[in-house]
Design a protein. Structure first.
Length: 314
């Protein structure tokens, strides 16, 4: 009854999750001293038997948020037809390759490989202290889950994308949120070659962004941005110097760098028909990234050509 009296824009799944998580936070504050954990999933999802225990184990490693791995309900997925199933396989394969590229080029000690790159409300857990510090779940009708992990990361909290914490979720086409997961599923079923998510960027662009992001993070952490920035390809000196003088956070610096560097900006989303070629490219890139840094099997000239292929001029 309460929800029906809310304005339409506050009857979305995003707002419902925010109300639920805020209530959970308020309940915890009355019982613990900032040491509680808030876990959330979706009504159309089924958590693994080890879901809670696996999340607790991740928190024991010192992280502030755990984003679980989301898999589709296998029976529902198969019933959607071979074209939809093939698309899903291609996207999953490519997402795993991109996740490893980022893990190797921009390593995060609290989120080591193997990991994934999805933040979904179907499986999210966050400490009460971190949730309170950022002011709770961002108030938006859709995409509130990904916005939560972005804000936590921006504020310096540790977000773990765990493969051990998993749920299976429905492939239903009807949902409360306009433009949400259900609408996306329905569109992809109707148009098998409709655009993929923005995260599925071309392999060379993803590698370039990952390398530059990793180098920038290292320079910022070492407080050596001014001394070594000219040697960091693709990073505009004036922009990053000004931002660091202002004491900006790393994510703010990175976003400004991307805005002012054409070679780091995302292009048009990929389509499933383009994924086989991108999968092949990403596989070749990872063969090089997995080599030991000082491997005697790679001659200097070959290493130079590899570097040039992975890091185009920007």
């Amino acid at each position: 009854m309460v929800e029906e009296r809310l304005p339409p824009e506050r009857q979305s799944a995003g707002w419902a999750r925010k109300r639920a998580m805020d209530l959970a936070a308020a309940e915890l504050r009355g019982r613990v001293d900032e040491g509680g954990i808030i876990l959330t999933t979706d009504a159309d999802s089924c958590v693994a038997p080890t879901w809670f225990a696996a999340a607790v184990r991740e928190f024991a490693k010192g992280v502030d948020c755990v984003a679980g791995y989301i898999d589709a309900d296998p029976v529902e997925l198969v019933n959607l037809g071979s074209a939809f199933l093939q698309r899903g396989r291609l996207e999953d394969t490519y997402l795993r390759l991109l996740a490893e590229i980022y893990a190797r080029c921009d390593p995060r000690p609290h989120d080591p490989w193997p990991n994934h790159r999805v933040s979904s409300g179907a499986s999210l857990a966050v400490t009460l202290a971190a949730y309170t510090a950022i002011g709770g779940l961002p108030p938006q009708p859709v995409g509130e889950d990904a916005a939560l992990t972005r804000e936590l990361d921006r504020a310096g909290f540790k977000v773990r994308h765990s493969m051990a914490v998993s749920v299976s979720t429905s492939c239903r086409f009807d949902g409360r949120a306009q433009g949400g997961a259900a609408d996306t599923m329905r569109l992809r079923h109707a148009i098998p070659d409709s655009p993929c998510d923005d995260d599925l960027e071309p392999a060379l662009l993803a590698t370039r962004r990952a390398i530059c992001r990793g180098r920038l993070r290292k320079l910022v952490q070492e407080n050596s941005l001014f001394d070594r920035l000219p040697a960091a390809p693709g990073l505009p000196y004036a922009t990053t110097k000004w931002l660091t003088r202002q004491g900006s956070r790393f994510e703010d610096i990175w976003q400004q760098v991307c805005r002012e560097s054409p070679g780091l900006q995302r292009g048009a989303p990929l389509r499933p028909s383009e994924l086989p070629r991108q999968i092949a490219l990403a596989t070749m890139i990872l063969r090089q990234l997995r080599l030991p840094a000082m491997s005697p099997k790679v001659f200097p000239a070959d290493r130079r050509r590899c570097s040039e292929s992975l890091e185009p001029a920007v």
